[in-house]
Ligand binder design. Structure first.
Ligand code: HEC
Length: 440
């Protein structure tokens, strides 16, 4: 207290305290108002975890993947911090989505808070840009190919698309320049813009004040200041958010896929869950209609959201008395969640890769089979090509015998007899049999 008084005499803290804590909330504190501060909290968490990740992360194609692996495996709390950052990004999308939904339902974007809403929509887009640029950084197969798809979509925008795509990519190919500029945008440009816009968002909030309940009767029910009850509610929610993210970070690992391989065009990336609905939509539009999904529709939605306060000019805020706005909002959510549901169902319908195949593939690397055999253009030509060995004459029995002792089935073979145990022989055989022209 004495320190506070001492500081107060020098810094004149009372007015600051008044702006920060004594802001009146029409109708009183409420759990429904917590989403904005939850979003803010998540942003701070992303900033702090991001700073720690940046200590070890190296934004070059040669080192990015290994540096993430190092963070996962060697750095104390590395996996935990990366987990927090990964799940925090998802949390951010959820929190900002709920925040916008609440603002929409309460009609809080209406006059005089139009500018606050518009800044909010831009903040939402910035968060999406964070997600997009952050996704490339691990430089694994998913990162590489998902970004490729994203960039190609930018390329479909007429007139400026080609140019924009090149600027984002930093050249003709997705490579070192792309990675370093995505990194710079992710850790320098976007945070600077975000902080500025958050400041603007909060500044406006302090100028016009919170919207409060949608009717005057409810608003007049009570007026209390931000401190203490709203501060308490916000703090409880932040703690809960952190607890959920920490459990996810500890319990749900987020493994890297293989290191990015630009020549493996067969890789099918799966985007983050919050882009899945859109990914699903893209599957249904082809040919001349494609631009509709890749840029017309997103642009209409974004512009519609941005100018929404001027489209919906009805001054009434009670959602029940605004059926048109309510129905359009619900319809939008229905479409998004149906697409998301469909996408998840389709993803689960894809047969899971047999783990034996992955183990077999790893053994193939480990024992240097590639020195003598070629698979899809890679490897030596001393032994037969194995790209489609699963279609060939040898069956499971043959392979098992062959791996145990090549000479026993191929007299005179100079393929070495490898020190393999039964499980390894089985895994390698499964892998060999999976190498087919049309994978089953
Ligand atoms: C020193 C070179 C060499 C290495 C290393 C080698 N192979 Fe071979 N492999 C051969 C030769 C030569 C043949 C053909 C004769 C035979 O069938 O044994 C062959 C045959 C095969 C065949 C049968 C192909 C067919 O179509 O009949 C398979 C399957 C195979 N190798 C798998 C492997 C795997 C898996 C490894 C690694 C664990 C491996 N090879 C390592 C030389 C090698």
């Amino acid at each position: 207290m004495r320190i506070y008084k001492w500081l107060d005499r020098r810094l004149n803290l009372k007015p600051v305290e008044r702006t920060l804590l004594d802001e009146p909330i029409p109708g009183g504190a409420s759990w429904i108002y917590v989403f904005g501060s939850a979003t803010l909290f998540l942003f701070l968490l992303q900033a702090v975890t991001g700073m720690f990740l940046a200590i070890y992360y190296a934004p070059t194609p040669d080192h990015a993947y290994d540096s993430i692996q190092f963070i996962e495996e060697q750095v104390t709390f590395g996996a935990f911090v990366r987990g927090l950052h990964h799940w925090g990004a998802s949390g951010m999308v959820v929190a900002i989505g709920l925040h916008m939904l609440q603002t929409f339902l309460y009609g809080a974007y209406k006059s005089p808070r139009e500018v606050m809403w518009m800044v909010g929509v831009v903040l939402f887009l910035i968060v999406m840009a964070f997600a997009f640029t952050g996704y490339l950084l691990p430089w694994d197969q998913t990162a590489y190919w998902a970004t490729q798809i994203g960039l190609n979509m930018v390329g479909t925008v007429p007139l400026v698309g080609e140019f924009l795509m090149k600027v984002m990519r930093g050249g003709e190919l997705l490579g070192a320049l792309t990675l370093s500029r995505f990194f710079a945008v992710h850790v320098l440009f976007l945070p600077a813009i975000l902080v500025t816009l958050i400041a603007a968002h909060l500044f406006i909030l302090r100028r016009v004040g919170p919207a409060g309940p949608w009717t005057d009767e409810r608003a007049s029910l009570g007026r209390e200041t931000f401190y203490p009850r709203q501060v308490y509610m916000d703090a409880v929610v932040m703690l809960a958010v952190f607890a959920v993210l920490a459990s996810l970070a500890l319990l749900v690992p987020f493994p890297l896929t293989d290191k990015a391989n630009p020549s493996d065009t067969s890789f099918v990336p799966v985007p983050e869950w919050y882009f899945l609905f859109y990914y699903e939509l893209l599957k249904y539009v082809h040919g001349p209609l494609e631009p509709l999904a890749t840029w017309v529709l997103p642009m209409v939605v974004v512009l519609g959201l941005f100018f929404w306060p001027f489209i919906d000019r009805n001054p009434v805020r009670n959602p029940i008395k605004r059926p048109a706005a309510l129905v359009s909002g619900l319809l939008f959510l229905l479409v998004v969640f149906s697409l998301l549901g469909l996408s998840i169902r389709n993803l689960y319908a894809v047969p899971r890769v047999d783990p034996a195949l992955a183990r077999g593939q790893a053994l193939y690397q480990q024992f240097g089979c590639i020195g003598c055999h070629r698979i899809h253009g890679e490897g030596g030509a001393v032994g037969p090509e194995l790209s489609y060995v699963g279609d060939g004459r040898p069956d499971r029995e043959w392979h098992l015998k062959h791996f145990r002792d090549p000479q026993s089935v191929s007299p005179g073979s100079f393929m070495p007899k490898f020190p393999l145990d039964d499980k390894q022989v089985n895994d390698l055989t499964s892998y060999m049999l999976s190498l087919k022209r049309t994978p089953s």
